[in-house]
Design a protein around this ligand. Structure first.
Ligand code: DAH
Length: 328
């Protein structure tokens, strides 16, 4: 084989090498210390006649340098190619941290599910209300001392942050014809000092059922069923007479839960206000109290979540403390 033929085949082998391994094989084939084709030629130089040695020697050495340079260049090319990130399918993935629902959202979802199962519609109302809907239409007159129960934040002379979800009773009755049954979950506000059981904002769920013959016995069934599903079959409920301007009679609902692990075990707890919608309220929305009647109730979401999850302080819900939130 002539040097020219050797060169041609070596250069083509180097060029076509697909990876470092093939390149190494080409290097061994031509420049390998023991059996490399060019190495063999270089080794045999010493047996050549002086004249030929002088001619072939420099050519062969030049070729060796050329091949070494070509190998070097190709090696760098291959290295660059293999540094393009490849996918290691066996490498463990980076876990995406999923968030989760806030305990009050969990509670609200539970409540919605139960009432939806009892054929109640779920509606929402505005957080900024007028004085009319928050008070007057609910039979709470402007200068009546009962208004002290619902001190709030005023936006201007007529607009305020609603103190309860009850205004939505009015808005709904104004626009719908009975019979109907709704719940209204939503955020409410109070201007008051905070402590373990009071916050300046919290959540309520209002309930309203109006029809021709809806009465307190219906309410008792609905609310017993609600608490049975929420806290279990051993939950007892009782009614106590109470006063709210928008109902007559008005009452307070207490529950007693059986949960030996809880400090609330076997204690009566006040959980909601309720009553039969006041005839004046029905009159105000142009429903004839002789034709239609029904019950309303309002419960505090935090209170129920505190009972269910054994949370001692209402302020924890809004503290943003991950040590608390991550427990749910
Ligand atoms: N709105 C009342 C409050 O925030 C709770 C309430 C009491 C709602 C009696 C009602 C009801 O619908 O009938 O204190």
């Amino acid at each position: 084989m002539t040097l020219a033929e050797l060169k041609e085949s070596a250069i083509s082998d180097i060029k076509n090498a697909k990876d470092a391994k093939e390149l190494e094989a080409a290097k061994v084939k031509y420049l390998g210390r023991k059996e490399g084709q060019l190495t063999n030629i270089l080794k045999s130089l010493k047996n050549l006649p002086e004249e030929e040695k002088r001619k072939v020697g420099p050519e062969a050495n030049a070729l060796r340098q050329e091949l070494e340079a070509a190998l070097d260049k190709k090696l760098k090319e291959l290295a660059k190619k293999s540094s393009v990130p490849s996918i290691d399918v066996t490498r463990p993935g980076v876990k995406v941290r999923a968030g989760h629902l806030h305990p009050l959202t969990l509670m609200e979802n539970d409540i919605k599910t139960i009432f939806a199962g009892l054929n109640f519609s779920i509606v929402e109302g505005p957080e900024v209300e007028t004085e009319h809907y928050n008070f007057e239409a609910l039979n709470i007159p402007a200068n009546h001392p009962v208004k002290d129960m619902w001190d709030t934040f005023w936006i201007d002379a007529q607009h305020l942050l609603r103190t309860h979800t009850s205004p939505m009773q009015i808005r709904y009755m104004e626009t719908h014809k009975p019979p109907f049954q709704i719940i209204v979950p939503g955020r409410v506000f109070r201007f008051e000092a905070t402590d373990a059981s009071h916050e300046i904002n919290f959540y309520q769920v209002e309930g309203l059922m109006i029809g021709e013959k809806v009465n307190l016995a219906n309410f008792k069934y609905i609310i017993s069923e609600f608490f049975r599903q929420l806290f279990g079959v051993n939950t007892e409920i009782r009614f106590r007479p109470s006063y709210f301007p928008f109902v007559e009679p008005g009452l307070e609902v207490d529950i007693k839960i059986q949960d030996p692990g809880s400090p609330l075990h076997n204690h009566w707890l006040e959980v909601m206000g309720a009553g039969m919608v006041h005839p004046k309220v029905l009159d105000g929305v142009k429903l004839n109290p002789k034709e239609f009647q029904g019950f309303a109730f309002g419960l505090g979401l935090e209170r129920l979540a505190m009972i269910k999850y054994k949370i001692p302080d209402i302020r924890l819900f809004y503290s943003g403390d991950l040590r608390f939130i991550n427990q749910f």
